[in-house]
Structure formats: C-alpha cells, structure tokens
Design a protein around this ligand. Structure first.
Ligand code: 5RP
Ligand code: CO
Length: 222
C-alpha cells in the first residue's frame, strides 16, 4: 500500500514571505502550488517565473496544480523547471495523452485533475498515462471553501479502477481537506491530501501537517 502524503497548498500562505512560508511546511512530502490564469478559473495567482523562484528555495518538492486553459502549451514548461509532479485539468487539455508524455519526458510525473462535475468514466482511458489522479473536492479557483462530500464516491470509483487495472497510482484530494474531513478521504481511498487553510490557517503549520497525516493514517488502519 502507498505511503500517505500531505501537500500543503501555498495558496493560503503569505505571498510576501514565500521562502519563510515554505520553510514552515518542511514536515510535508511536497508543496502544492496552484497556478491559475483567470480563464480556466475566475482567479489569478502566479506563473512560471515565480514557480521557478519557489522551486529554488523550497525545502520540499513541488506539486503543481495547473488551472489554466493553455495547458498543452505550458504543462511541459512547468515540468522542465524541476517540479515533482504536474497536474493538468482534463477539461482544459485538447490532447491529454501527448501532454502526459511531454510532461514525463520533461522530467515530472503527469497527473490528471477532475472538476466536481466531470465524470471519471469519461477519462478512465488516461489511467495508464498518469501517476496520480486529483479528485477536486471543491470547485477550483479559491481556497477556504467547504468540502464537497459527494466527491468521495468519485474517489472510491477511481480507487476501484486503479485496483482493477493493477496500477500503482496515487489519488489526491484537494479542497476543504481538514482535521474534520481527512479521515473520510482516506477511507474512500485517497492517499495524497492537499490542505491550504487547514495548514496555513494555524499557528504552527509544521505541526498541522503532522496532525493531518496522523489522522489519515489512523483512518486507513480502520
Ligand atoms: O486548488 C485549489 C483551489 O482551486 C487549492 O489547492 C485548494 O482550494 C486548497 O485550499 P483549501 O485547503 O483551503 O480548500
Ligand atoms: Co490545488
């Protein structure tokens, strides 16, 4: 069984103090970076030069979540800068199979993301190309939203499909993941947990990461 991982979303950190904020989550497996273009989602965050700067100072690997329209063009560029994984939205890519191969040949793990309204079954054929599936548990665009428990059925569906195909993929959940919701995600089969406000909204983000991981491990043990 895969190792559980907590990926704090820096969307909820102080952007004026990025290097210090990254250091506060050194207990995490990776930092989740939300790239938004104000087209695919109605919000704008940061782009390639800033992600490159983050990569240079981060004590942990980067997990990039691209919420951008032109993902076929930009996805491989983000992979080239040394990210651990590059997640694209299936709703945005015109040629996801080629995109996965381009991301992988640029040195990163490709991952596909599904918005809450996007059925997994429509994109199940991509499982053999990706290393991770991100099931969004909020509508993408903003941190601090309420967790959508109805997405847990999609997590179970992806977990069943991964098992049936004999694959070793990770399943990530992103949006509203907290001490109250992480156990239900782990029970449904998720193993990578993104948390923004539940980590950076606390006094001690490093301790929050460890607490979330302990709750997920406990839920998995049953
Ligand atoms: O992709 C995202 C939003 O589109 C963020 O990663 C996510 O919302 C994290 O924030 P929080 O844990 O506060 O919900
Ligand atoms: Co995200």
């Amino acid at each position: 069984m895969s190792t559980l991982a907590i990926h704090p979303s820096i969307l909820s950190c102080d952007f004026a103090r990025l290097a210090e904020e990254l250091d506060r989550i050194r207990t995490a497996e990776a930092a989740h970076v939300d790239v938004m273009d104000n087209h695919f989602v109605p919000n704008l965050t940061l782009g390639l030069p800033v992600v490159e700067a983050i990569r240079a100072v981060s004590p942990v690997p980067l997990d990039l979540h691209l919420m951008i329209e032109e993902v076929d063009r930009w996805g491989p560029r983000y992979a080239e800068i040394g990210a651990q994984s590059v997640t694209f939205h299936v709703e945005a890519s015109r040629d996801p199979r080629t995109l996965c191969r381009d991301i992988r040949s640029a040195g990163a793990s490709p991952a596909m993301a599904l918005k809450p309204g996007t059925p997994f079954a429509d994109h199940a054929d991509l499982l053999s190309e990706v290393d991770m599936v991100l099931v969004m548990t909020v509508e993408p665009g903003f941190g601090g939203q309420a967790f959508m428990a109805d997405q847990l059925e999609k997590v179970r569906e992806v977990r069943r499909a991964v098992g049936a195909a004999g694959l070793e993929l990770a399943i990530q959940v992103d949006g509203g993941v907290s001490a109250e919701t992480i156990a239900s995600c782990a029970e449904a089969g998720a193993d990578v947990f993104v948390a923004g406000s539940a980590v950076y909204g606390t006094q001690d983000p490093a301790a929050a990461v460890q607490e979330l991981r302990a709750l997920a491990e406990e839920a998995r043990r049953g």
